[in-house]
Design a protein around this ligand. Structure first.
Ligand SMILES: [Zn+2]
Length: 326
């Protein structure tokens, strides 16, 4: 049976402790997670509601304008349909299923205007609001007895206020989504980010740089959708509102509800796949680093086991007194 000298065992033990510490610190580094405290974010309503469960939106493209991208029409349509999908995802978790009765009908001017009749909401485009403004979109509405008076007019820009950077399609979907939130009755949320670290769609400012190719789609938050369930609570009992809606109200999420963005299911699935791919990559990197460290420790251990400990210094007996000569 082989016995390892004590000094060698201490060395191997230290090396293993070092390896474990490195392993734990790397794992911690790779799986950094953000912890947020309970949110105190609020969102005021505009004090208006539509009176029918079907809301019509007419998109008026500027096809002959040189600054207009034809894909903007699709982007606005996409923004509206994403609201419906977020409502579906929200009600699956939090109830208020009557919100699913909201039906958004979009029409395009010059294509199928008649489908929308006299539209509730009109979406128009301009080149830019100009440097005097910091805006990327504007929604003007009229309210009487807490009921919206059609038409609400939404204006979307093609370029930022400096008129130098054009909105990408993702920017256009985000800005149109924000303005559609206004057209439905939401004012500005007080938080710029939700508790899961994503952008609050209804915050006053756009959280991303216009035209940046890395920009991501934003989605209504649980706070926005909770406020929507308040504005349209009459849908729980009727498909038409008789009387008036709620006046302007500041709303916060009820306790127990998490403050996060509610992405449409296909986008949630895509995000999940992306995070799984990221996790796989991290595991591979971790395995490689751990294998290298283990190999390093083994090499050191082998080298040190071959090296003989230095012999102890010879014991000095001192000088033997010489016999004095007589
Ligand atoms: Zn706004």
């Amino acid at each position: 049976m082989c016995r390892i000298p004590v000094w060698k065992r201490i060395f191997v033990l230290r090396a293993l402790v070092l390896l474990v510490v490195l392993f734990v610190s790397i794992t911690g580094f790779l799986s950094v997670s953000t912890v947020h405290a309970a949110s105190s974010a609020e969102i005021p309503t505009e004090g208006g509601t539509w009176t029918s469960s079907t809301i019509t939106i007419l998109i008026v493209p500027q096809l002959s304008a040189p600054w207009f991208k034809s894909s903007y029409t699709f982007d606005v349509n996409h923004a509206v349909s994403r609201w419906s999908q977020s409502i579906t995802a929200y009600t699956d978790i939090y109830g208020s299923n009557y919100l699913r009765d909201l039906s958004f009908v979009t029409c395009v001017s010059g294509v199928n205007d008649t489908l929308c009749g006299s539209p509730d909401i009109q979406v128009r485009f301009i080149e830019s609001f100009g440097s005097q403004s910091s805006g990327l979109g504007l929604t003007r509405y009229g309210v009487q007895n807490s009921v919206f008076q059609a038409p609400t007019i939404t204006t979307l820009v093609a370029y930022d206020p400096s008129n130098t950077t054009q909105l990408s399609d993702i920017d256009m979907v985000n800005i149109a989504s924000h303005e559609f939130g206004h057209a439905l009755g939401l004012a500005h949320a007080t938080a710029s980010l939700t508790d899961d670290g994503t952008f609050e769609l209804m915050f006053l400012s756009y959280g991303q740089a216009v035209g940046n190719p890395r920009n991501t789609l934003e989605a209504p938050s649980t706070l926005d959708l909770f406020a929507l369930s308040y504005i349209y609570d009459w849908l729980a009992t009727s498909s038409m509102l008789n009387g008036s809606g709620h006046p302007k109200t500041d709303l916060a999420l009820p306790s127990g509800a998490s403050y996060s963005s509610v992405y449409p299911y296909p986008e949630q699935l895509q995000m999940l796949q992306n995070s799984i791919s990221q996790l796989k990559l991290e595991i591979i990197i971790l395995a490689i680093v751990a294998a290298l460290l283990l190999a390093l420790v083994l090499v050191f251990a082998i080298l040190l086991s071959r090296k003989k400990p230095a012999p102890p210094p010879p014991y000095s007996w001192g000088s033997v007194p010489s016999t004095p000569t007589v």
